[in-house]
Design a protein around this ligand. Sequence first.
Ligand SMILES: [Cu+2]
Length: 151
Amino acid sequence: MCRKKINMKNILKKTLILIFLSSFTPAFAADTTVEMLNKSGKEIMVFSNKIVRVNVGETVYWKATNKGHNVEFIKGGTPEGVPKFKSKMNKDTQFKFEKPGIYAYWCTPHKMMGMIGFVIVGDDKSNLEAIKSIKFVGKSKKLALELFSQL
Ligand SMILES: [Cu+2]
């Protein structure tokens, strides 16, 4: 009788721990949100945060706060083996980052205007040299140089 009681107590304890942990899962499963904007302060055509850092397995959400934008991973701008990614114009989108490394992306119609962003996954910068050799265009060139120093 006594042993049974202890077991029940244990089960209850374990259940409570599980409930406790699962209630925190959303926080661990990170919701990093980046907005696509026509204007932010003095800048036009920008991602609200140009550099975001996430853990492996986490998802970044891009919100189409303003229309006319998208998210496109730049060729050579992701860790090896990551498939192409290009979201639809005017739509919210998301990507789950399974491979560590730096991911460089831009908004297809505004890459000339400096609408670029970076996601650093698992604090891994092993592909930084590849990122630095990307051919950025227009206003993105100068901006990319500034951002490299912050990666
Ligand atoms: Cu854009």
